[in-house]
Design a protein around this ligand. Sequence first.
Ligand SMILES: C[S@@+](CC[C@H](N)C(=O)[O-])C[C@H]1O[C@@H](n2cnc3c(N)ncnc32)[C@H](O)[C@@H]1O
Length: 213
Amino acid sequence: MTNSKPDEKTLELHKVYASDSPERTAEIYDGWAEEYEEHMRGSGYSHPAMVAAMLARHQPAGGDPVLDAGAGTGIMGEILIALGYPNMHGFDASKGMLALATAKDIYRELRPGLLGQRLDYDDGAFAATVASGVFTQGHAPLDGLDEIIRVTRPGGHIVFSISRSYLGETFETKARALEEAGKWRRVGASARYNSTPLGEDVLLSQVFAFEVV
Ligand SMILES: C[S@@+](CC[C@H](N)C(=O)[O-])C[C@H]1O[C@@H](n2cnc3c(N)ncnc32)[C@H](O)[C@@H]1O
């Protein structure tokens, strides 16, 4: 559900929605990185708060490693460290976004990485994984969830937002397949919300929590 003319704050986001390759997506984010936080905060960007709230509800705070998939400029790291998850790790497809997250000097480790390909982490390396604003059109494919499950330890939680064309049956089909394969079980879901409430367009979204089996 979007208007045809996005405003300035979400214009770059709409360019990414039209991306047809991970290389193009990373290129758009590289060019947007310096203004990303200003634009997104101006749009009332609410995924990070929603994901953090859902993680805090399901994953006990503490020093176990938490992975921020599609970490971007590190907004999730700032929030989760304040909430009591100091051992943050992250990866992202865009070197430009990662450079800004690195400059914050709050993550234990950041590296390039692509959802949709094998992630360069051991099985069960993380107590929990979050992904804010990453599973949506033109961004990460839903098959990226398979690798997130692999690198999150059994009993740990995976919390992420789902938006736009992924929302509803597309996501539910993938979630069900993973549940039937004995990979995870659903433990929480938010109501649908507009993830850019101050922007002119409505970006309908939902946050989910799953426990790795
Ligand atoms: C809307 S931003 C969200 C960044 C951060 N999580 C936040 O909430 O501010 C989406 C991020 O996902 C990254 N991204 C898009 N597709 C990706 C993929 N396939 N693998 C890894 N990162 C990806 C982009 O480079 C960008 O940093």
